[in-house]
Design a protein around this ligand. Sequence first.
Ligand code: XMP
Length: 325
Amino acid sequence: SWTMPNYIDEAVAKIRQQVGSDEVILGLSGGVDSSVAAALIHRAIGNQLTCVFVDHGLLRYKEAEMVMDMFARNLGVNVIHVDASGEFMRKLAGVTDPEQKRKIIGAEFVEVFQQEAGKRQNARWLAQGTIYPDVIESAGAKTNKAHAIKSHHNVGGLPETLNLSLLEPLRDLFKDEVRQLGVALGLPREMVYRHPFPGPGLGVRILGEVKREYADLLRRADHIFIEELRNTVDAEGVSWYDNTSQAFAVFLPVKSVGVMGDGRTYEYVVALRAVVTSDFMTAHWAELPYSLLGRVSNRIINEVRGINRVVYDVSGKPPATIEWE
Ligand code: XMP
């Protein structure tokens, strides 16, 4: 009968058979799919796997450290950590159009990944965390209108010039199965059940021009929001993080007035967004407790110098989208 340990044994055997003694490279994003793929492939072939983790400077709070701790230090996976944030920031300077920002981030990502992958002369395989819904989605992409609206640029974007064969060990799995597999492989539950995070990261959560200063403020505000969501439970004892499908902060590059002592301050605004959805095509704004919202607001304003106003987004999708850009 079907059990997770059997499944892992079979998947491991299949990967070993497929790649033999070849080297494999994988783009690790910190997301669930690429993380589970990395853990599974590492279980199968150990040191024959090298992961490339590209930090575009638009990741969540301490995300790079988290990825390096989990994979390099705890699991002993080879991970090349590329801090490309300077290059991404230069390319994004002066760019305000959301689709343009997505294109730049996506293209630069492929560029940096290719550069690193190109150094691995012996690599024969490119591993990806493609899951079953991705397979379906790309088959239907031409007719899928929602898809055409935004260029959903994920870490994928196969660098064809690398001339590598594709290794996609999660191709038959649904998201929930990928999560179960991740837990069975020893990845931390909080990581495996994380909310989705867009490929362009904070790049589409900073409205208009992306600046490092904005990203730093946003990261800290977002982290406070997520921390409070994780630490606050509802009447059934379920955390508000687990009660919501996606939650994050958005940086608004406008300054509004505040008071501090006898003086006025003019500082930035942060919007909080939390939604409940089953398919991300439609979504309700989450009815978070006022006390929770109040705590998040106080903490952000007190702890993040440069932000003096916090608002909560009460728009449904449609007509509003989940992201602000
Ligand atoms: P929207 O904003 O379209 O978002 O309601 C629906 C879901 O898609 C995610 N999203 C993206 N994911 N690259 C991604 O990888 C993108 O450019 C992108 N834009 C939106 C969003 O976070 C939500 O889960």
